[in-house]
Design a protein around this ligand. Structure first.
Ligand code: SAM
Length: 172
């Protein structure tokens, strides 16, 4: 016997959503600090809204334009500008945040084994072609890797960041 699936109407979905955007909770921060493609920032901004995270990006004009272009939300997630990524990561760490790299790394835990974030966590994403810079790797408390079985070297950075954000938020 099969179960009939009824897709919820936009009105029903809307009634389960917040009427206002998340405040800056500061619990989860997605940090694509060395972005190359604006389209990925728009995607990450949307995931940040979905899970209640903030987005940390460099203060470049093209980044603002990309976020404005990619923003399909009436009330986008909160965005922090980080002009010196290494200094900011060191300060966050000194202030007690956990700095978690999303990267294909020997020491990384697999996504399935990553617990949800119990304290403020900064999720660091790498540059689309060169990954997380070596100087920033030294500032990580740990790393998480999303297993792959295909022929591709890596996932799109916004896909990788979105999967890890959902796990950190405890929503999957
Ligand atoms: C396209 S990948 C970078 C490629 C690769 N690291 C390199 O240096 O050639 C961009 C970023 O996406 C994230 N990423 C992509 N696939 C991933 C995976 N399977 N596990 C963890 N992170 C991944 C990482 O943050 C990575 O730095």
């Amino acid at each position: 016997m099969t179960t009939a699936i009824r897709v919820r109407t936009p009105k029903e979905i809307r009634s389960n959503r917040r009427s206002r955007r998340h405040r800056c909770w500061g619990h989860l921060v997605a940090a694509p600090l060395w972005p190359m493609h604006g389209v990925n920032l728009g995607t990450l901004l949307r995931t940040c809204d979905a899970v209640g995270a903030c987005l940390a990006v460099p203060p470049f004009g093209w980044v603002d334009e990309a976020l404005a272009r990619g923003n399909t939300l009436r009330q986008p997630a909160c965005v922090h500008r980080v002009s010196n990524p290494l200094r900011w990561l060191a300060e966050e760490r000194a202030g007690g945040s956990r700095i978690l790299g999303v990267e294909l790394a020997d020491e990384a835990v697999r996504l399935a084994d990553l617990p949800s974030a119990r304290k403020r966590t900064v999720m660091v994403l790498g540059h689309e072609s060169t990954g997380i810079p070596p100087e920033a790797l030294d500032l990580l408390d740990g790393a998480v890797e999303i297993p792959m079985v295909g022929t591709g070297m890596s996932l799109n950075v916004a896909v990788a960041g979105s999967l890890v954000l959902y796990k950190l938020a405890g929503l999957i």
